[in-house]
Design a protein around this ligand. Structure first.
Ligand code: ADP
Ligand code: MG
Length: 435
């Protein structure tokens, strides 16, 4: 431990690794925490660099460079890693070697997300409910594997594919050709040469996040994402067009079952397997019409845009909680779920997700900054001379909280209506399942 605890504990300086809306939300939420004085984003984004929304007396800056070098040069007390790719590549292990508290799992534990075959085998070993699967490790094994399904299976590339590695096939032929293209390496290179064929589940999706310290876990409100670009869940998949929490599809009784039968089992199972999970466990579920939850996937980092809503409706000191998790001393009550509701609406660029337009001037953010209960988190933005312009597919995450989901929605859309850039598109139906 680098600093003494207790009343005299000097305030924390935190490095947040990543550049999306998730990292912007984490940075601002950390700065709202009593324990945190300074956040450095690496590389961060234009929203973080703008300083908008930073509480008085606190500091938010961005730095480019290797995260390890920045952490050492800045003498940070805690590192929080946002995205999955550096985690799977071992970034948290490198901070471990530097003796720097890091909220984020080792590369070995990150396999829960980094390999879908690993995840399925882990679920079998520890009795965690998930869809029936067959793992395929060579093109020659494909036909025999397909023959074990009477209806078209979902085809999943084993490795990280930035959310594009899953094909929900409508026909056996579609499953066969998607699987063959993955196994040959044509679709995703080595990330696809092992794959999982999985029984297709029906129902409604929801996700649960938990903070883990290797031994204990604190669960956060249930969120529901909207992956498709168009209203009514039509059109191509995206990184996520909006989210809200809490999602009523998981009621208190089901959440208790999920906590006991999934979250705690994962944390205990990883510990028993010698790869304790430190960081976020973000579980995607399919909830059947009968109200049973089966695991679709594990992620080992915060969701984007789930983080934008979860940070708005949790009480407590995020700096203390993430440091405690990194140091294996998390306590129930370090973070508490508030009574509020939150919604995030993603404003996307023209032609997202195919070929998003860039360089369009964004206006209206000052006006929105004056709205109580609203936060605008940046993702695909850049500063250009004195303007803020678009620079990626998902540009902004307009997030609002309120006493009810309807109130949060109305406020979020009121804020959206004040923001403008050429070609701006967003879904008007975020939260429709719950409203
Ligand atoms: N067994 C399944 N049954 C039905 N739909 C599935 C199944 N597995 C995945 N999906 C769908 O595919 C999406 C992506 O799958 P997921 O395993 O979450 O992979 P990733 O997020 O890594 O792309 C899910 O959100 C869900 O909509
Ligand atoms: Mg997923």
């Amino acid at each position: 431990m680098r600093r003494p605890e207790g009343k005299e504990m000097s305030k924390l300086k935190v490095l947040v690794v990543g550049s999306g809306g998730r990292e912007h939300a984490l940075a601002l939420r950390l700065l709202e925490s009593e324990s945190v004085a300074e956040v450095v984003g690496c590389p961060g984004n234009a929203g973080m660099a703008s300083g908008l929304g930073v509480p008085d007396g606190k500091s938010l800056r961005v730095q480019t460079g290797q995260p390890e070098d920045v952490a050492v040069a800045e003498k940070v007390d805690l590192v929080v890693i946002g995205p999955e790719v550096p985690l799977v590549d071992g970034l948290a292990d490198r901070f471990q070697k530097l003796n720097l508290p890091c909220f984020g799992p080792s590369a070995a534990a990150a396999q829960l997300e980094g390999s879908k075959a690993f995840m399925k085998e882990f679920c079998r070993r520890h009795g965690i409910a998930t869809a029936r699967e067959v793992i395929v490790r060579s093109p020659e094994a494909l036909e025999e594997a397909l023959a074990q399904f009477s209806s078209p299976p979902v085809v999943k590339a084993d490795g990280l594919c930035a959310g594009k590695g899953v094909v929900v096939a409508e026909t056996m032929e579609e499953a066969r050709s998607a699987a063959a293209a993955m196994l040959s390496g044509d679709s995703f290179g080595s990330a696809g040469t092992t794959l999982v064929l999985e029984e297709r589940l029906l129902g409604e999706e929801a996700s649960v996040h938990a903070l883990c310290d290797g031994e204990r876990a604190i669960i956060l409100p249930v969120a529901q994402d909207h992956k498709r670009i168009f209203e009514g869940d039509r059109g191509p998949n995206t990184g996520g067009m909006g989210t809200y929490a809490p999602a009523p599809v998981v009621d208190a009784a089901l959440l208790e079952t999920i906590d006991r039968d999934v979250i705690q089992k994962v944390v205990q199972g990883m510990k028993a397997d010698g790869v304790p999970l430190v960081g976020t466990l973000f579980v995607g579920f399919m909830i059947s019409p009968a109200g049973e939850a089966k695991v679709l996937e594990f992620n080992i980092r915060f969701g984007d845009p789930e983080t934008q809503v979860l940070t708005m409706i949790t009480e407590g000191d995020w700096g203390k909680a993430l440091l405690a998790a990194a140091q294996g001393r998390l306590e129930k009550g370090d973070l508490r779920v508030s009574e509020e509701h939150a919604m995030c609406v993603v404003l996307a660029a023209e032609n997202y997700p195919a070929a998003p337009a860039k360089g369009d001037k964004i206006s209206g953010l000052e006006e929105v900054a004056a709205l109580e209960g609203v936060r605008v988190f940046h993702a695909g933005t850049a500063a250009k001379e004195n303007d803020l312009v678009t620079s990626g597919g998902r540009v902004l995450g307009v997030t609002a909280k309120g006493p009810s989901l309807a109130a949060a929605r109305d406020l979020a859309y009121e804020a959206c209506s004040k923001i403008c850039f050429r070609g701006m598109q967003y879904r008007k139906d975020i939260g429709y399942r719950a409203l």
